[in-house]
Design a protein around this ligand. Structure first.
Ligand code: NAP
Length: 333
């Protein structure tokens, strides 16, 4: 199961995630097991602190003849705190050295760094470094992670090489439909982390019922739902049985009707990790709001919690409510 990226590289859709797997023996054994179980796409990040072990596992699998390098797809990510042209080059060099590889298949900006008011400059500087590394062949594909539509719009308007992938949180309970649609329109492939919502999705009653019907595990159905949408599904586990069964989903054929039922779970609980920084309500004079077009209204998809507190703003795409010549609005940068 692969998807062809905009640069014609093939990306395997079943992804073994290594977040929270400690470096050393644990990650080496687990990643080797995942590769033996069939995974060809391994996801790590500079911030996971386990690239050394992931590299050892990958290289041992190659040396033992289990897999060839060109059959593997290794993703790693630029640390959010090291976003600038030079820091991105340094951070990448460190990752490649730790992984002990000649190239990585996919390098992602891990996060927008939203709390930094200069996020546009930081992201663009990092992107320029990634374009250089891509042109040198040290990265085969480049992309981003946790990018919303406004961040993608900005990057697309400036990038010489368009991002090939956006890795975001997607699960049956949190489908991020606006970003998904935007990525599809712009030929950006999607990868979903949190498809199992760190294991919590497995208590979803609808998911359990459908899994029972197909005589599969809830994890398998959650993963297959995602793959059916041509979205790469990342799942992590340190349990061999889980690793094996999470990979074995090819024979599951979820009907259109059941897909719709699973689609209907959207709007439920999700991790809230890497969401846009929610700014407090600010009052901005209407003419100032109109002039300052860098202010963006909050995206409604990431603010369920806030909208529950402020029911007046429950409408979609709230841009503000005029109050005696002032504009009541919620902004993010
Ligand atoms: N780009 C980003 O910002 C970002 C953010 C988060 C994650 N990620 C990536 O996405 C990957 C997946 O996310 P995640 O690690 O947060 O969590 P996850 O895959 O959503 O869930 C992992 C949890 O689910 C359990 N689990 C897995 N398979 C299971 C099964 N078949 N039955 C029962 N429990 C099962 C695991 O426990 P056991 O060990 O007991 O199986 C573990 O506790 C990460 O490893 C990372 O590579 C990226």
């Amino acid at each position: 199961m692969v998807i062809t990226l905009s640069n014609n590289k093939k990306m395997p859709l079943k992804v073994f995630g290594t977040h929270r797997i400690p470096d050393g023996r644990e990650v080496i054994e687990t990643v080797k097991y995942a590769i033996k179980a069939g995974y060809r796409h391994i996801d790590t990040a500079w911030s996971y602190g386990n690239e050394t072990g992931v590299g050892i596992a990958v290289n041992e699998c190659i040396e033992e003849g289990i897999v060839k390098r060109e059959e593997l797809f290794i993703t790693t990510k630029l640390y959010t705190g090291r976003q600038s042209y030079n820091e991105a080059l340094e951070c990448f060099d460190e990752s490649l050295k730790k992984l002990n590889l000649e190239y990585v298949d996919l390098y992602l900006i891990h996060n927008v760094n939203r709390r930094n008011l200069d996020w546009r400059i930081k992201n663009l500087d990092s992107w320029r470094a990634m374009e250089k590394l891509y042109n040198e062949g040290r990265i085969k594909s480049i992309g981003v992670s946790n990018y919303g539509t406004e961040h993608l719009e900005f990057l697309l308007s400036k990038a010489e090489i368009k991002p090939m992938v956006n890795q975001i949180e997607i699960s049956i309970q949190h489908q991020n439909r606006d970003i998904v649609e935007f990525c599809r329109e712009n030929n950006i492939a999607l990868a979903s982390w949190g498809v199992l919502f760190q294991g919590k999705i497995l208590t979803n009653k609808t998911l359990i019922d459908i899994a029972d019907k197909y005589k599969k595990t809830p994890a398998q159905i959650a993963i297959k739902w995602c793959l059916n949408k041509n979205i790469a599904a990342l799942s992590g586990s340190m349990n061999k049985e889980h690793i094996k069964s999470n990979f074995q989903v090819d024979d599951i054929s979820i009907t259109g009707e059941d897909m719709k039922i699973l689609d209907g779970q959207d709007g439920g609980e999700f991790s809230h990790l890497h969401c846009d920084e929610v700014k407090p309500i600010v009052y901005v004079p209407l003419n100032a709001y109109q002039k300052k077009n860098e202010y963006k209204p909050l995206s409604y998809t990431r603010t369920y919690k806030l909208f529950n507190i402020f029911p007046i703003l429950k409408q979609k795409n709230t841009t503000g409510t005029k109050l005696n010549g002032t504009c009541l609005a919620l902004f993010r940068y």
